[in-house]
Design a protein around this ligand. Sequence first.
Ligand code: ASP
Ligand code: MG
Length: 409
Amino acid sequence: MAFYVQKYGGTSVGSTERIKNVARRVARFHNQGHQVIVVVSAMSGETNRLIALAHEVQENPDPRELDVMVSTGEQVSIALLAMALKELNVKARSYTGAQVRLLTDSAFTKARILDIEADKIRADLDNGHVVIVAGFQGVDERGNITTLGRGGSDTTGVALAAALKADECQIYTDVDGIYTTDPRVVPEARRLTSITFEEMLEMASLGSKVLQIRSVEFAGKYRVKLRVLSSFEEQGEGTLITFEEDGNMEQPVISGIAFNRDEAKITVLGVPDHPGIAYQILGPVADANIDVDMIIQNVSHEDLTDFSFTVHRNDFKKTMNIIREKIQPHIGARDVIGGDRIAKVSVVGVGMRSHAGIASKMFRVLAEEGINIQMIATSEIKVSVVVDEKYMELAVRVLHKAFDLEQAL
Ligand code: ASP
Ligand code: MG
């Protein structure tokens, strides 16, 4: 007997028919004697619909009230799944995040999990119930409903698996695993049987969209075995996310090409180069709870330097305002420029640690296509470039081919 946390995403519960399918799969595991906690997302499109409603009423919806509202999407899914399981004569109980007491901080719309009360869930499991938990939501210590950020149900799943020590956290989604890149952009993309946590973090943060990045961080930190599988196929091992030391010996140098069109770039020009400048620019950005991705500072010339960074596209205007109003006059920078028509493309692979020449190969391939590189950043296991968004798909396709990631025929 094993103990699984299974998370089903919005598409997998996108209609009552699909919810019944999920119930049949869960029932099968349950009837084989496994213990199962199920985490579900809102039905597909529902979270977007709710957010759009809020924007009809308030230009910048109040974060606390937004969380009260968007958390209802998951509440509908858990109840429907519990009903579907009861129809199959499986004992099931649904809980909202607050009912579990999935305790978070009070950062509405991007709350972090602090603690999970496991007793009630464990008692239900021991009594032969399937326990169904609403993804994406929690409660702060004052009883306010919070949500964990878009895609947060994955993190709910992993956090439950960590807190209750499940054998495996299975993320059921509309794809059958993690691919070398998005098959919608490159039809020849190949499913990976395994990928390391580190690579997955790079792929997820760079927009592979299969898993929320925080869920992967969480799984890595608490050593939760994580598997991505299709909810539409009966068979299939999906992709296992592992530790490098457990992985297979014949790691390819590059595991995948990630891309992200959700970023915007900002450059502060003519910044006086003295200690504290980076902090003066990025401190107020961090205080506004805005995540910064790439950061690039040039060497200075005549005591002036240029400082560039990228943020999520949704934070672009807000960040530009902060820099223009609070920072530029304060530090005496010459100008602030920015743009949100950019995309980031990255090659990712732990094998890079032991192979030279990956970056130069990447730059050559892009040059051959006449694609201009606007920014470059690297880590031990990835090389990222920012390009005009109109060249993104081309860049991904040529890199995927150049690094031999295509499916064997
Ligand atoms: N329903 C939420 C969203 O769309 C959470 C999730 O699906 O994971 O972001
Ligand atoms: Mg998702």
